[in-house]
Design a protein around this ligand. Sequence first.
Ligand code: WTA
Length: 635
Amino acid sequence: MSNYHIKHLEEYYQVYRKSVNAPEQFWEEIAEEHFLWYKKWDKVLDWDFTTPEVRWFEGAKLNITVNCIDRHLTTNASKTAILFEPNAPDEAAQHITYQQLHDRVCQFANVLKAKGITKGDRVCIYLPMIPELAIATLACARIGAIHSVVFAGFSATALATRINDSDCKMVITSDGSYRGAKTIDLKGIVDDALEECPCVSTVLVAQRIHSNVDMKSGRDEWLQPLLDAAATVCVPEVMDAEDPLFILYTSGSTGMPKGMVHTTAGYMVYAAYTFKNVFQYKQNDVYWCTADIGWITGHSYIVYGPLANGATTLMFEGVPSYPDFGRFWSIVEKHKVNQFYTAPTAIRALAKEGLELVEKYDLSSLKVLGSVGEPINEEAWHWYNDNIGKKQSPIVDTWWQTETGGIMITPIPFATPTKPTYATLPFPGVQPALMDEAGKELKDNQVSGRLCIKFPWPSMARTIWGNHQRYKETYFSAFENTYFTGDGALRDEVGYYRITGRVDDVIIVSGHNLGTAPIEDAINEHPAVAESAIVGFPHDIKGNALYGYVILKDVGESRNHDNLRKEINQIITEHVGPIAKLDKIQFTNGLPKTRSGKIMRRILRKIACNETRNLGDTSTLLNPEVVQSIMDNVL
Ligand code: WTA
């Protein structure tokens, strides 16, 4: 019997040791005992980090939706699979049972087939957090189409870039979305994006806000009538273990987002096994992850991980502040939520609002609290622990990435003693290493370095869509024979890890990964802008906010700076999305550059963070005089 469910610390260490000493046997046992396969694998693992190539469960045949839906029908057909809580508190929640989920996924899959989608085709999903979003992803998986979900807060330009990069044939969207008191015209954004996307021949439109939208004849169709006419049975496509399941874009240090490719079997096994252990899910629990399915957290821990375990997964359409800042807690009370998984930025925003909005609600159903997306600061950790968990519910501070597919470093609740701001111990199968800048592994405790993973785990992304070379350069070239995460971390005296943050040009704002390059590219589109550089600076709620240094083309021109700032943020909103707007914009005559012409962001970051006492070595700068002038005018 494999150790599918870890219950105490000694057991964790035992399981962990086995996962490192005999990884293939370890994962094979889990895969064999807890999933349905049409055919078992010929080989558990094949890997080479130099090419790099990783294959898990090669030769196996399966369909992930059979594991997430069909196999639960014999015992749990009438159990709620998806519990949908709408944006407006007075709109009724929907309980979608496993049987209903099966039928709706099959209907959707049949619609996709009827529209000519076949195995391997890419389908872009641009939907708000409504049940159709989860159902659309599963429908793609049912027929072997590769879904590419784009977060419905991205702009038309960002959407078009992603659609074109993976050559999507179809876009699934809605007329619009609710976001608190506002509505957003999603269909209009899709229409704008598609002007640049010749690859898309079909757009399916779900009706959510009942707005008047333009339907382009021959391309656009309302979804519901097609679903109503479709059969509720759809034979699952038989997939190879290493067939792509989805593409999900994440920011990188250049302008193009990286389409991370996740494959079927390893991803399924790892998402399911981590879900079970990290949240200690028990039959009849109600589990809620507040992320959006547009991010990896939603893929792995709203859709695939929970459903593979036959769980009830809550999907919330709205925002934490609507109709007031008590909404999360009212939902916990209303649906008696047992596991609650959110981001530090949300915790900080809610902590600011005072305790009355927490104390009004009965939170006694909660057993486990989770945190993800960025380092959780000590104050937020204690507020969460004291006021939401009442010091009874362990906090799992889960470190992972779009690229890792599943949670990598985390406490196991009721087994691992927690420690504020520490993600604590590696999950079974995960072999972290800290490296110094010269590429030497730091083997002792009480060291800090760059966080790497030395051995493959089943849910690691296999490549970047269409650019394997970039995959190799980004993740496998900084350090020899090891995956580099882009994060810095320290290990304490007992071996607990604390993630200290990104060490590259990615900035995490409100839990969203933003690359500096696409934002700078957007700013530079403004006719008055010559050059720009973005850095992060600490922000009470967002974790980091963005600080832009902008050089204008004609210094003599006296344009109103406040208007320019508004215009720059408008361009960013159009090109990237509102999440990437700058909090501060400083106009400057120059940017510190190295002799090879690279902007020294390190110096700009220190100035923006008000840490100018020790700017480090500026002697290699081409133009050291510019530093003082930037410091004199800092905002
Ligand atoms: C950061 C989100 C500290 C980290 C699942 C990582 C964290 C990036 C944590 C990935 C955490 C995520 N503590 N930092 N618990 N979780 N991060 O791809 O910098 O959106 O590299 O995946 O978020 O963000 P992504």
